[in-house]
Design a protein around this ligand. Structure first.
Ligand SMILES: NC(=O)c1ccc[n+]([C@@H]2O[C@H](COP(=O)([O-])OP(=O)(O)OC[C@H]3O[C@@H](n4cnc5c(N)ncnc54)[C@H](O)[C@@H]3O)[C@@H](O)[C@H]2O)c1
Length: 338
């Protein structure tokens, strides 16, 4: 395997970019050579820590740094314009979730990547968490039988009063798009395409103009049901994935992961919990190796578009208070009955 390190740029030097900075330090295939942020001081601070160049404008970074790839770590409403800017210059793009705030702009990103022969993917860290990958192997082995029901929870208190996350013009919505994009991606990873979705808005106490606690129910094309709790207000800190099969149960937790066969007593522990840095490193490595043509992307651009489409349908469900069908062809991303 080649030990060549690809030259990466990063757009956005905010919260999540700090995790990428740490992850770059441990990757074999990617090297951060430049960072751009419209907050000049933020770009400079990160660049000095990473010993790389800083730019105030990403257009200057694209012109001056010879980049193989870029990580887009800016707020969601900027993803399509920034992503397309780099894709048009034949720079491969790893874009933070959500890929974009609507399927029209997400489709434009996919077609721009295709036309320019470069790779586009969405960062969705949970697919890269070791325990999640192991849990998927356990499911695939048939140990818990046919999967009947999937539960996912991303609920932790965070005051969103002064953050862009609660400004739908910037974020695309509230907790449903913010945390729910991860949920949809994980469910698709385990269960395949989602056929329909129903979302109920919860009680609002933070005084935000967007939803802060929601319950989402899905049915997949193979008839598996999924139940998702998302909140910026309540804390539900048990395991974040539970998968119920005809012959057993799997539980993926923040501190431990385990499975239990219905015919046996007791749980079997198979993982030690969530390691954010491990997940970000694996994600960067998978993307870099895909760019080098040495590995398949774990999350394809079509997966990313499918997540955007499901979330878009989920918002229609929230507004119309009814089940929404999701077209199975992500290229079209047409919502039946919308
Ligand atoms: N994978 C995860 O676990 C995870 C966690 C948090 C955030 N995110 C995602 O990461 C992205 C960024 O979130 P964050 O919390 O780091 O936000 P943030 O506000 O902390 O950082 C965003 C940065 O982008 C900069 N910026 C904004 N517009 C810009 C532009 N046009 N050009 C250059 N710089 C620009 C801002 O100045 C800011 O420094 C979002 O898409 C979010 O959904 C992912």
């Amino acid at each position: 395997m080649s030990t060549e390190k690809l030259k990466f740029g990063m757009v956005g030097a905010g919260r999540i970019a700090q995790t990428y900075a740490q992850a770059f330090a441990g990757t074999q295939h990617a090297q951060l050579v430049a960072v751009a942020d419209s907050r000049k001081d933020a770009a400079e601070a990160m660049a000095s820590g990473m010993n790389c160049r800083s730019f105030e404008r990403y257009e200057e970074m694209a012109a001056e740094a010879a980049l193989d790839a870029v990580v887009v770590c800016t707020p969601p409403a900027t993803h399509a314009a920034i992503g397309c800017y780099f894709l048009q210059r034949k720079v491969n793009v790893l874009c933070e979730k959500p890929l974009s705030i609507d399927s029209t702009s997400a489709r434009l990103m996919l077609s721009t990547a295709r036309e320019n022969g470069v790779i586009l993917t969405m960062a969705s860290k949970f697919r890269y968490v070791d325990d999640v990958v192991r849990a998927r192997s356990v499911v695939a082995s048939g140990l818990i039988g046919d999967v009947i029901h999937f539960e996912n929870t991303f609920a932790a208190h965070v005051d969103m009063g002064n953050r862009w996350n609660a400004n739908s013009a910037i974020s695309g919505g509230g907790v449903l798009i913010d945390n729910g994009t991860h949920s949809v991606d994980i469910m698709r990873y385990f269960l395949g395409p989602i056929a329909e979705v129903y979302v109920v808005d919860g009680k609002r106490i933070q005084g935000l103009p967007v939803e802060e606690t929601v319950h989402m129910v899905v049915r997949t094309t193979t008839g598996v049901t999924g139940s998702v709790d998302l909140s910026w207000t309540i804390n539900k800190d048990a395991s974040y994935i539970n998968i119920y099969g005809s012959r057993g149960t799997i539980s993926v937790g923040w501190n431990e992961s385990k499975y239990r066969e219905s015919s046996k007593t007791g749980w079997v522990v198979f993982g030690s919990g969530y390691d954010k840095l491990q997940a970000f490193r694996s994600q960067l490595d998978n993307f870099a190796l895909a760019v080098l043509g040495q590995q398949q992307l774990l999350i394809t651009a079509e997966d990313a578009l499918a997540s955007v489409s499901v979330i878009e349908s989920a918002y229609r469900s929230l507004r119309q208070n009814r089940w929404m069908s999701i077209n199975r062809r992500p290229d079209l991303a047409i919502v039946a009955g919308a």
